[in-house]
Design a protein around this ligand. Structure first.
Ligand code: ZN
Length: 304
């Protein structure tokens, strides 16, 4: 769902180009910003890691040598676009073994059901995320749960849970799950190493860390839950402190990943995706958002 930098665009939500009466229930369009579903050419990021998402919403492909791992898909109607990007790179859909999810909101997980069906892969998520993927509905304790218009999305047929700190191993690759709850209760950041010409770099696919919520939701303690701010801040610090040579965020523009990808299309040496400070900057930006959100909630609580 929208992060800090997209909130201002909510007034201009537009339907994607796919027909609203799409006969495939798993790719039926859901509304979002135009660039969320606009095609983006697939490109090798570094080593065995590729970008296969849309212009605004990330999907990453990792070639492990013994099958493919896909991270996120995007909106339901983006599934065909992601599948076409994978084919353009010369990879086969049937070779995707796992689809890893950052967080179970329609704009990142909506297309997972179609990818799981089309490839035969298994979706992997945190326990809270896995429940949401199976149900095709955001978690009840999701900060945006009361935004009912886009709380429901296609449910995935095969979903497996992963534990915090556990790695998905396939071929020569291990992709580790770091639970980073806050934006959603099941939010997960994924890390792995990719190597090119003997140089191995730390790749971080960070989940959204934006303190964005429906009206009436509080990150501070209220009648329905305890204080969520400490765990949210811990998640932000987790992202800040990860070994991080290359950062890609779920919403590209949230961390400047869009600008780095655009440069990559023009030159590969030196690789514009490499920025060892990107995780720290990204975390600092969103810790500010969390601080502002908490200050606002405190002011509102005093006024009541
Ligand atoms: Zn979201």
């Amino acid at each position: 769902m929208p992060n800090a930098f997209s909130i201002v665009f909510l007034g201009t939500l537009a339907l994607s180009t796919a027909p609203a009466d799409s006969p495939d229930p798993l790719t039926r369009p859901m509304p979002g910003k135009p660039e969320w579903t606009r095609a983006h050419a697939p490109i090798r990021i570094y080593g065995n890691t590729y970008y296969v998402g849309s212009e605004g919403i990330s999907a990453l492909l990792v070639d492990t040598g013994a099958g493919l791992i896909l991270l996120d898909v995007g909106l339901p109607q983006s599934a065909p676009l992601v599948e076409a990007n994978i084919a353009k790179l010369g990879f086969k859909l049937k070779d995707i073994k796992y689809v890893l999810n950052s967080h179970a909101h329609f704009d990142h997980a909506g297309g997972i059901a179609a990818l799981v069906r089309d490839s035969g892969a298994t979706a992997i998520a945190s326990p809270s995320g896995a429940k949401a993927l199976r149900e095709g509905h955001v978690a009840a304790d999701d900060p945006q749960a009361s935004d009912t218009a886009d709380a429901t999305f296609p449910a995935a047929a095969r979903v497996r849970e992963i534990a915090d700190g556990e790695a998905m191993r396939l071929g020569d690759t291990a992709i580790t799950a770091h639970f980073t709850p806050g934006h959603t209760p099941g939010s997960t950041t994924w890390t792995w190493k990719s190597c090119e010409n003997g140089t191995c770099l730390d790749v971080v696919y960070s989940d959204s860390i934006s303190a964005y919520a429906s009206d009436g939701f509080h990150f501070l303690a209220d009648a329905t839950h305890g204080d969520l701010t400490a765990s949210f801040r811990k998640s932000i610090h987790t992202v800040a402190n990860l070994p991080c040579d290359i950062l890609v965020s779920t919403h590209l523009e949230a961390s400047g990943s869009d600008a780095r990808l655009a440069k990559l299309a023009l030159r590969r040496e030196p690789n514009p995706m490499i920025d060892t400070q990107a995780c720290r900057r990204f975390a600092a930006d969103y810790e500010k958002m969390l601080d502002e959100r908490i200050a606002k909630e405190k002011t509102e609580a005093q006024a009541r």
